[in-house]
Design a protein around this ligand. Structure first.
Ligand code: CP
Length: 348
């Protein structure tokens, strides 16, 4: 793997390798080995043209735990505001010796351009491009699903080590995930649909018709407008193992001053038809979990009761993101080394 740009490009073998490596990385953290020497001397640049809390901090933490040097570049306050192009920014990073560039950009396709234009020798990781892809979010979601659906949470079952084979989570094949809300603007939905399909899971998208993209019919998933029916298992694939709520992306919508893709829905109407609340939680099977990539609009796509319920794994998703991003950086920058050796080595 040279770059990580899209879940659509990942084979099942590559995806499982990342998820298994993530479990090994998580095991080092639970063994109180906070720092590995694996990427000592390497430089990871976080190149963020759009705001982020979770993804940027998570990549920074992951890179530091692998002993890489980290440069955080935010477009705000940089020469981008003076009109510097993506190409000239990339050439600057190349001159500074970046080994990996983690890029978030408002334009769909910007990471692909960085990876393939010949401006950089670095590995490029897509940290979210426009409405297109957010592959590490989908990977951390799959990692979280694997752990929960194999009967383990963050700690694993009593007596198990988090890197035991059973705790890794065997398989998502045949599992059913509902992805609910603003699919039109969601790179998280696109990345998850493709990754979950590759891993053999069934996905049902539940969304108002106005927030579904043109061409969704060709995606490898089912589509429904009936949230209650989907959660209660009335759809083709039966009950859901997880419900993943999507943020309503006001900033990409008309009437917000910046957007243009769709009109911002009436909040009360939206919450009534497509929000996850306490009543809808009761429709779920006992084992089903509630996910959200964050940041959440509490009271819109998810109520406070649902977000804070015992079924919600939203904070755990964030924690799992560090292990997954450690795995991605490790596989891109040192992936020919033996993973066990890399994760068994500590530094003072
Ligand atoms: N889930 C996610 O991408 O969150 P941030 O925008 O805070 O990075």
């Amino acid at each position: 793997m040279r770059h990580l740009l899209s879940t659509q490009e990942l084979t099942r073998t590559e995806a499982i390798r990342i998820l298994d490596t993530s479990a090994q990385m998580a095991a080092t953290q639970s063994r109180e080995i906070k720092k590995l020497p694996t990427l000592r001397g390497r430089t990871v640049v976080n190149l963020f043209y759009e705001d982020s809390t979770r993804t940027r901090i998570s990549f920074e933490t992951a890179a530091k735990r692998l002993s890489a040097d980290v440069i955080n570049f935010s477009a705000k306050g940089s020469s981008v505001s003076k009109g510097e192009s993506l190409k000239d920014t990339a050439l600057t990073l190349q001159a500074m010796g970046a080994d990996a560039v983690v890029v978030r950009h408002q334009a769909s396709g910007a990471p692909h351009l960085l990876a393939h234009a010949g401006w950089l020798d670095a590995a490029v990781v897509n940290a979210g491009d426009g409405t297109h892809q957010h592959p590490t979010q989908a990977l951390l979601d799959a990692y979280t699903l694997r752990r929960h659906l194999s009967g383990t949470g963050l700690e694993g079952p009593a007596g198990s080590r988090p890197d035991d084979a059973a705790a890794l989570g065997a398989d998502l094949a045949g599992r059913h995930v509902a992805i609910v809300g603003d699919v039109l603007h969601s790179r998280v939905a696109r990345s998850n649909v493709h990754l979950l399909h590759t891993l053999g899971a069934h996905v049902t998208l539940v969304s108002p018709p106005t927030l579904l993209p043109v061409g969704v019919g060709s995606w490898p998933c089912a589509v429904s407008y009936d949230l209650d029916g989907t959660l209660a298992g009335h759809g083709h694939h039966g009950g859901v193992d997880a419900v993943m709520m999507l943020r309503v992306q006001r900033e990409r919508m008309s009437g917000s001053g910046t957007g243009g893709g769709a009109f911002f829905p009436n909040p009360l109407e939206y919450a009534r038809k497509y929000g996850l609340d306490a009543r809808r939680l009761r429709l779920l099977d006992e084992h089903a979990i509630v996910m959200h990539p964050g940041p959440m609009n509490r009271g819109l796509e998810i109520s406070a009761q649902a977000a804070d319920s015992s079924r919600a794994v939203i904070v755990e998703q964030v924690a799992n993101g560090v292990a997954v991003r450690m795995a991605v950086l490790y596989l891109l920058l040192a992936g020919t080394e033996d993973t066990r050796t890399a994760t068994d080595t500590t530094i003072e």
